[in-house]
Design a binder for this molecule. Structure first.
Ligand code: 5GP
Ligand code: ZN
Length: 113
């Protein structure tokens, strides 16, 4: 998607601090962190939101959770815990329409961060 900022991050057209990458997933630091650790995990396939998921996307979404677990361990979050959040659509507070999962931690989080 040529006008999608997260697709541009995947293509390195927009710089970001990448913390994990494989063939199907990329994870990078959120530019406006809401917690001591705030990382975004996205599939490289452009999927607009959770509402647009198809049956064949199930595996990559599961693998995003496994990548989040790995990153959480590397960042020292595993023992005290962390949060994985997906905002879906306008009422869910989604601002970037390339599905993404926020990994938040490093401190005690409030209900809505
Ligand atoms: P949403 O509200 O859609 O769930 O979250 C979008 C997130 O993307 C926000 O936390 C915002 O700070 C982050 N974000 C928006 N633009 C950029 C960018 O260009 N680079 C990075 N690293 N994060 C971004
Ligand atoms: Zn995209």
């Amino acid at each position: 998607m040529s006008d999608c900022i997260f697709c541009k991050i995947i293509e390195r057209e927009i710089p970001s601090a990448i913390v994990y990458e494989d063939d199907d997933i990329i994870a990078f630091e959120d530019v406006n962190p809401l917690a001591k650790v705030h990382i975004l995990l996205i599939p490289k396939k452009h999927i607009a939101s959770a509402a647009e998921l198809r049956e064949e996307d199930g595996a990559v979404i599961g693998r995003i959770y496994l990548a989040a677990k790995k990153i959480a361990e590397e960042k020292g979050l595993a023992e005290d815990g962390y949060r994985i959040v997906n905002n879906c659509g306008k009422n869910g507070g989604q601002e970037v329409f390339h599905i993404h999962f926020h990994l938040l931690g490093g401190e005690k989080l409030g209900l809505f961060v």
